[in-house]
Design a protein around this ligand. Structure first.
Ligand code: ATP
Ligand code: MG
Length: 411
């Protein structure tokens, strides 16, 4: 049973108010699933028989949002709840049909109101279709969700082949939930992922960027990436190096592991850092020859790589300069003579670039000690800095001309 202490007081009060106005109202989706699986629920979604306009009237601090999928945001100073009206998901039941599909069966709009039973059958997986009333402390379970939570398995509501045609993003969601919860993916769902995964190419880059963030920046990035690769779906979220070297796979895995570790340690994470790291192998594959980077090509390839990635996921523009800074700083970090290191360390993206250098080094098993050099240089001691630089100044011209040689990474 669910302990109400784990549930947001604000969510309970909103449900109370809706029920006092004679509407049905329940917590639904991820919060119920997570609370029952021993995971701290993070956001609270509410399903109700009230229409968006009726919800809007009850709560002063609320706003109707969405077109494809209309719902109401109800908020107080610190929390925001999504309140969704029960949907029928069936355009035969309503004259004012507003469920629109394209030729491939994909749902373009889903705003046909219905009952709790109907609402349940348009949700994606049984574990996501449990309705909890925190007032009566009862659960409505129309699709064996409780049984599947107990058996730890992700099962589709209805035929997964058809459900994934309606919304191909469900295959990414199945993968994400299975890792988050430690659940198996039911065989029929697995088959549908293999069969219908290619339909992800029809999903807007804006929606795929949202899903990118949930999949890679939710603390389970490494596991999600491995599972995505096993279904060959990674290519819908991130550009991949056609040569698929061990290095490119390794650097992606290590960058994701680094992000997961940061989340575990409550450190900040940004899509910018991760995208810079995930696209690094493809960037250097475009501008390298015989183990050397062609600097001019490097600068020319950056925008092209970002543009290609943009076709997959709509990375907000503000991250572009961040990503390019991290890339360019990788070159600058190699240059350690005269006053250059003092300039580099003052760069606002220095810390991110240094973190990425360490990721690169661990992936390429680089023994050149560049990361160690910068670790030492950051110790704010003038004489140590001076001696670190003078050691570099003494190196032969031939050696300093190798500063841009990414030998291990390119082999
Ligand atoms: P989390 O918040 O941890 O990502 P969640 O299950 O709450 O998981 P949301 O995207 O917040 O995911 O969606 C809330 C609920 O809405 C889901 O549990 C599911 O019942 C339903 N839902 C969301 N997206 C879809 C979809 N693409 N197809 C069908 N039902 C969906
Ligand atoms: Mg949710």
């Amino acid at each position: 049973m669910i302990d109400n202490k784990k549930i947001s007081k604000f969510a309970i009060s909103v449900i109370h108010d809706l029920q006092n106005h004679n509407f049905q109202a329940y917590l639904v989706g991820g919060c119920v699933r997570d609370a029952l699986s021993g995971i701290e629920p993070k956001d609270f979604d509410i399903a109700t028989s009230a229409t968006p306009e009726q919800v809007r009237k009850i709560f002063k601090a609320s706003r109707i949002i969405g077109k494809r999928f209309k719902l109401v945001h109800v908020f107080n100073r610190s929390e925001l709840l999504e309140v969704a009206t029960f949907r029928s998901g069936n355009n035969q039941t309503n004259d004012d049909a507003n469920l629109i599909k394209d030729e491939a069966g994909k749902i373009l709009r889903d705003n046909v109101w219905g009952t709790l039973d109907q609402d349940c059958y348009r949700r994606d997986f049984t574990v996501n279709a449990l309705y909890y009333c925190p007032i009566s402390k009862t659960i409505e379970d129309k699709s064996d969700g409780l049984k599947h939570i107990h058996k730890k398995v992700i099962v589709s509501i209805g035929d997964p082949q058809r459900r994934f045609e309606e919304d191909p993003v469900r295959s990414l969601r199945a993968i994400r939930f299975s890792n988050k919860l430690g659940f198996k993916i039911d065989n029929n769902v697995k088959e549908a992922i293999y069969d219908k995964g290619h339909l992800l190419s029809s999903i807007s880059n804006a929606r795929l960027f949202d899903e990118f963030c949930k999949i890679f920046l939710g603390g389970m990035g490494e596991k999600n990436f491995i599972k995505l690769c096993s279904f060959n779906l990674n290519k819908y979220l991130i550009l991949t190096d056609p040569n698929k070297s061990d290095f490119s796979n390794d650097i992606m895995i290590r960058a994701l592991r680094n992000t997961d570790d940061r989340i575990r340690n409550n450190q900040s994470v940004t899509p910018g850092f991760l995208i810079a790291a995930l696209l690094w192998p493809i960037l250097i594959s475009k501008c390298s020859k015989d183990g050397e980077i062609n600097i001019r090509k490097f600068f020319r390839s950056m925008d092209g790589v970002l543009k290609e990635q943009q076709k997959l996921t709509a990375v907000p523009r503000k991250f572009n300069s961040y990503i390019k800074d991290i890339w360019v700083l990788q070159l600058k970090l190699h240059s350690r003579i005269k006053s250059q290191p003092y300039k580099t360390i003052r760069h606002p993206r220095f810390r991110a670039a240094y973190d990425f250098l360490l990721v690169r080094e661990s992936a390429s098993r680089d023994k050149n000690g560049l990361g160690k050099w910068w670790t030492d240089f950051q110790k704010n001691d003038d004489s140590l800095r001076g001696s670190l630089i003078s050691r570099m100044n003494e190196k032969s011209d031939e050696e300093s001309s190798k500063i841009f040689g990414f030998y291990n990474e390119l082999r």
